[in-house]
Design a protein around this ligand. Structure first.
Ligand SMILES: Nc1ncnc2c1ncn2[C@@H]1O[C@H](COP(=O)(O)OP(=O)(O)OP(=O)(O)O)[C@@H](O)[C@H]1O
Ligand SMILES: [Mg+2]
Length: 249
């Protein structure tokens, strides 16, 4: 079941440098929120705080009605981080130890990312795209209530990247989990995000709150205010008016 996320007054400091916040955010249940911004502005710090990998100095994070629990959260990093000595299916099963429906969950997650045939392979036998699909399946198999993805496709070539984006949307339609995805790529943000938050920093602050109905020109202007002048006459044509999510369904 997907849950909403409430973030209130979230702040993080390293040494004497405030790198994040204070930040207030409300993420609706079952939506994909994309966070985009320049390198070093605090995106990963936000995600690590959300995932409980980093302890914020101030503020609170609430998922659904309860408090944050590690097992409610799936994490996908830029690199797959599979365990090299375990097969694909054992990697995917890793977070399901002792779960009564473990084998079914693994089979389901592998089918969704199209890796049924690769279940018994070791990570070294996979392409980069296959390995990242396995990482997605591993994050999804326990059916977490929140999935955090930190530039999950940035190391991939454009073809693998596009295919993985479609796999992610497929997974999203299947599980309807709340997701937060970080990217540097405007096209990826507009393809995947229901909501696109533009971050500037440090300290990381949300400076624009856009939707997937916005144009790439508007997103670029939010990322680089005044940087490239006003949107040109073709700006509205850069993205189809029909939402991509709706088209994909
Ligand atoms: N463990 C740490 N100790 C000290 N400073 C850190 C630490 N982690 C991050 N920072 C600093 O916090 C700021 C934000 O880092 P963060 O990794 O969140 O940026 P980012 O937006 O994810 O960047 P990128 O797009 O390059 O991944 C940076 O200035 C970085 O140097
Ligand atoms: Mg980062």
């Amino acid at each position: 079941m997907a849950h909403e996320v409430h973030i209130a007054g979230l702040a993080k400091t390293y040494g004497s440098q405030r790198v994040l916040g204070p930040l207030d955010l409300h993420l609706e249940a079952g939506t994909i929120t994309v966070v985009i911004g320049r390198s070093g502005c605090g995106k990963s710090t936000l995600l690590r705080c959300l995932g409980g990998l980093e302890k914020p100095d101030a503020g609170s994070i609430r998922i659904g009605a309860g408090q944050l629990r590690r097992e409610d959260i799936g994490y996908v990093f830029q690199e797959p981080r599979l365990m090299p000595w375990l097969t694909v299916s054992r990697n995917v099963a890793f977070g399901l130890r002792g779960h009564p429906a473990r084998d079914d969950r693994v089979a389901e997650a592998l089918a969704i990312v199209g890796l049924q045939q690769a279940a018994s392979l070791l990570p070294k036998q996979l392409s980069g795209g296959m390995a990242q699909r396995a990482a997605l399946a591993r994050a999804l198999a326990p059916k977490p209530e929140l999935i955090l993805l930190d530039e999950p496709f940035s190391a991939l070539d454009p073809f693998s990247r596009e295919s993985l984006q479609q796999h992610l949307l497929h997974l999203y339609r299947h599980y309807r989990t709340t997701m937060v995805l970080i990217t540097h790529d405007m096209d990826e943000a507009l393809t995947l995000g229901d909501r696109i938050l533009v971050m500037q920093g440090p300290p990381g602050k949300i400076v624009a709150d856009l939707s997937r109905h916005d144009t790439k020109a508007r997103l670029r202007e939010a990322l680089e205010p005044g940087g490239r002048g006003p949107p040109g006459p073709q700006a509205g044509a850069e993205r189809p008016q029909t939402p991509l999510r709706a088209r994909a369904l």
